[in-house]
Design a protein around this ligand. Structure first.
Ligand code: SER
Length: 367
């Protein structure tokens, strides 16, 4: 039986609340206060002042589901979106957090407990990567979980040292990957961080440095845990699907696109439908959080994403504004977790429709 995304989000939160974590709401996807970022690109953004020792958190343990956008800067997944099944411009990142409280041992053993005991994922489909110099994490995986030691792999800086941008809090990480392929006997270590069937589902970052403007690393006053689990990927895996688009987070939006356009998912392998379904989420959440389309910076990114969705719409012969018509459906899917979508629904639709109309005129003139 399918497990709903709403239940899965709640199970994650409940699990960590039982381990004395305080639930914290997602911060805005528009980081009005952080000049180094156009969009919130990770759960840790709102906690930067705690990591830097500049502010004291209410609780030293937190759990949340953060709205993230990765279409600009260091983390940019735009070109993969819709072509593959698991990259998005907008996604949710489930996280458990330690602000100078627990560290590697607890982070590792709790992640394993949730994945294998609560969600009962098959252990012989799970792989773990660690930073090449972080033998401590390798030993903790061996001592505190029952993962087979051959499934713990070492990688370098690119894969296992996490940084939010050119500057800021950062540190080595250990990632958990899940083999989504049909034949578990075909698995091999070479597939991890290389093939799409080996899907990274959770990143445990051990924040211990701050990188300054000159690129130098400084030890932070305390050590912290920043975890990010890809919500859409986990929802897909727990429902036995290899595509995030085959979950209740996307199906209603894809169905609506088919209904409006009269074009089935067979057109162009469903890429236009998937791109549009992805992009409307990015647009609606950023508009609901106060961003506006424009000619520079954040506004320009928003405009480009909207135009990209409109161009994919043309592949479905959609010449009139239609993206705005998906907003009610999206809000039905997401508003229990993010009520701002319902509250700002009218505004979001109005802005999208106006942008679509003016872009369509430009396109028609150009064509
Ligand atoms: N900051 C890490 C990431 O974004 C883990 O939350 O992957």
């Amino acid at each position: 039986m399918a497990i709903s995304s709403t239940d899965i989000r709640q199970q994650f939160i409940d699990f960590f609340q039982k381990k004395e974590h305080q639930f914290v709401r997602s911060s805005s996807v528009v980081p009005h206060e952080d000049p180094t970022l156009l969009f919130t690109n990770a759960g840790m953004n709102q906690f930067k002042p705690y990591f830097m020792g500049l502010q004291t958190p209410e609780s030293r343990r937190a759990v949340n589901s953060q709205k993230c956008i990765r279409v600009s800067g260091k983390h940019n997944d735009l070109e993969e979106v819709g072509v593959d099944d698991y990259h998005h411009t907008f996604f949710e990142m489930l996280g458990n957090w330690s602000f100078g409280d627990y560290y590697k041992k607890e982070a590792i053993s709790w992640a394993w407990e949730l994945l294998t005991e609560v969600w009962t994922l098959e252990k012989d489909r799970l792989w773990v990567s660690i930073f090449q110099d972080d033998d401590e994490s390798g030993d903790l995986w061996k001592e505190h979980t029952d993962i087979h030691p051959n499934r713990i792999l070492k990688f370098g800086h690119k894969d296992n040292f996490w940084e939010m941008g050119d500057t800021g809090p950062c540190g080595p990480c250990t990632e958990i990957h899940y083999y989504t392929g049909d034949d578990p006997d075909k698995q091999s270590a070479e597939g991890v961080n290389a093939l799409a069937e080996y899907r990274e589902i959770w990143n445990l970052v051990f924040i211990q440095y701050n990188r300054d403007g000159e690129g130098n690393l400084h030890e932070l006053p305390e050590k912290h845990v920043d975890t990010g689990a890809g919500f859409e990927r986990i929802v897909a895996i727990l429902n036995g699907k290899s595509s995030n688009y085959e979950t209740d987070l996307f199906i209603p939006i894809l169905d609506k696109i088919v209904e409006i356009s009269g074009k089935s998912l067979e057109i162009n392998d469903g890429i236009p439908h998937r791109v549009i379904a992805d992009h409307v989420r990015m647009l609606a959440f950023s508009l609901a959080d106060g961003a506006m389309p424009g000619n520079e910076g954040r506004g320009y990114v928003l405009r480009r994403v909207l135009r990209r969705a409109a161009r994919f719409g043309r592949m479905l012969e959609m010449k009139d504004p239609f993206i705005y018509k998906l907003v009610n459906t999206l809000s039905g899917v997401m508003c229990s977790a993010f009520p701002e979508l319902k509250e700002k629904q009218k505004h979001v639709k109005k802005v999208i429709k106006a942008e679509e109309s003016s872009f369509n005129e430009t396109l028609d003139r150009g064509l």
